[in-house]
Each structure stands twice: as structure tokens, then as C-alpha cells.
Design a protein around this ligand. Structure first.
Ligand code: SF4
Length: 230
């Protein structure tokens, strides 16, 4: 009988608030399987579609592991491998030229977190762009609208622990579709519902969450304010 693979506990490396726990099975020094860690109390047993095939990202033969320079017209797929020193030197030369000719604000950093982690994303990155005098941009393209809405509604960007929903008798999900956007909340909401909690969804769209609700109110887009005023 072959020995069982080594199981290594870890968490998703993406800068995503859920921080899903996973187990990696390793054989002969190579990761062979990635599983959601069923023992985790919140994220247990579920990874999103982006991360489930993570080992294919890691070992895919087309994974980019070195700099390439375009060697033909855009879109032609012609590339030439260059060294890291060449790539960094070319970027630095171009940036110096932009700084000298137009000033730092002509450079707009447009990236966000990925798997950078807080130190690289929020500390190292900010210092670099500040030193260059680059233009400033709220670089999150996914979370800022939600952050503004939560701040405007609650005054702070906080939420109670998911399990607290078990104490609720009525939950109103207004413009929120947790089946798609907060999947780790759903098992708790469904448990609350089984315990007698009523779930109301307010959303112009018949979302997957709306289909599960006890009551779905679908105001015309932009009439939420009138509904809120009763
Ligand atoms: S939801 Fe996906 S990206 Fe976010 S922590 Fe979980 S596995 Fe990672």
C-alpha cells in the first residue's frame, strides 16, 4: 500500500477577506491535491472557483515565470525572453524620462492586491509611488463601492460575526446577493432560516439569493429611496 500523502494546512494567499483555510496534499515534494479544510469553523469545506484549480496555476506549463518583451506588432503573440535586470532597467529608464518631461503625476499606479499581502500592497507600494510623486487612485476596483455604502449606512466598516445571524428573527438583504458575493455567510443564514428567521431580499434583480428568500421585493432601479421612506 502506498503511503498517504503529506497534508499541509494553509490559507488562500489571495488578499480576500475570507482567508479560506485549505489543505494541500504533497507527494515527493510536489503538491498533488488542494482541498478546502472542512475543520475551519467559517470557511470550512468551500473554496471559490478561482482558487479550487490553484494547482493548475502553479504547475501550468504556460505560467509566466520570467519577463518577456514584445517582439512584434501588438496581438501577434511574438515575445522575446529578457532578464530581470533588463526588464527593471527598461522600466526605470522610461519612468525617469516621464518624470523629467511631465512630472510624477503623469504616472498612474493601477494595480491592487492579488497575492501581495499587506506589507507589499499597503506599505512598500505606497512608499514607492509617494517617492515618485505619482497620481493617487483608490486602486480597488472591487471593494470601494461596497466600503462607501457600508460606511454611509453604518458609519463604520464593520459587521457582526456570521454566527450572530442565528439570533435574528428577520434579516433584510437590501441590494446584497450573498449567494454570489458572501458564500461563507450563506450556511449561517440558511441555519437561521431553518430556525424560523424570515429572510427578505430587496433587489431589482431576481438574484440567486432572492430565489431563496421568504419575500422578494423588486423595486424599479433607483426607487430604493422611496421604498426606504415607506
Ligand atoms: S473566497 Fe476564494 S479568493 Fe477568497 S479567500 Fe476563499 S478561496 Fe481565496
Amino acid at each position: 500500500m502506498s503511503p498517504s500523502p503529506l497534508r499541509v494546512r494553509g490559507v488562500c494567499p489571495h488578499d480576500c477577506p475570507d482567508t479560506c483555510a485549505f489543505l494541500t496534499e504533497v507527494e515527493d515534494g510536489r503538491a498533488v491535491r488542494l482541498l478546502a479544510d472542512p475543520a475551519h469553523p467559517v470557511t470550512g469545506g468551500w473554496l471559490c472557483a478561482k482558487v479550487r484549480p490553484y494547482l493548475q496555476h502553479v504547475y501550468h506549463p504556460d505560467r509566466l515565470t520570467h519577463p518577456l518583451r514584445r517582439a512584434g506588432p501588438k496581438g501577434s503573440g511574438q515575445w522575446r525572453r529578457i532578464t530581470w535586470d533588463e526588464a527593471i532597467a527598461e522600466i526605470a529608464t522610461r519612468w525617469r524620462d516621464i518624470l523629467a518631461r511631465y512630472g510624477g503625476e503623469a504616472i498612474l499606479p493601477y494595480s491592487y492586491s492579488g497575492t501581495l499581502g499587506l506589507v507589499q500592497m499597503s506599505v512598500a507600494s505606497a512608499r514607492l509611488w509617494n517617492r515618485l510623486g505619482a497620481s493617487r487612485l483608490i486602486r480597488s476596483i472591487c471593494g470601494e463601492a461596497a466600503a462607501m455604502a457600508v460606511n454611509a449606512t453604518l458609519g463604520v466598516r464593520r459587521s457582526p460575526p456570521y454566527r450572530d445571524v442565528l439570533n435574528s428573527r428577520l434579516v433584510i438583504l437590501w441590494g446584497h446577493n450573498p449567494v454570489s458575493t458572501a458564500p461563507h455567510f450563506m450556511p449561517w443564514l440558511l441555519r437561521a432560516r431553518r430556525n424560523g428567521c424570515t429572510v427578505v431580499v430587496i433587489d431589482p434583480r431576481r438574484t440567486r439569493t432572492a430565489r431563496l428568500a421568504d419575500l422578494h421585493l423588486a423595486p424599479r432601479p433607483a426607487t430604493d429611496g422611496a421604498l426606504a421612506l415607506g
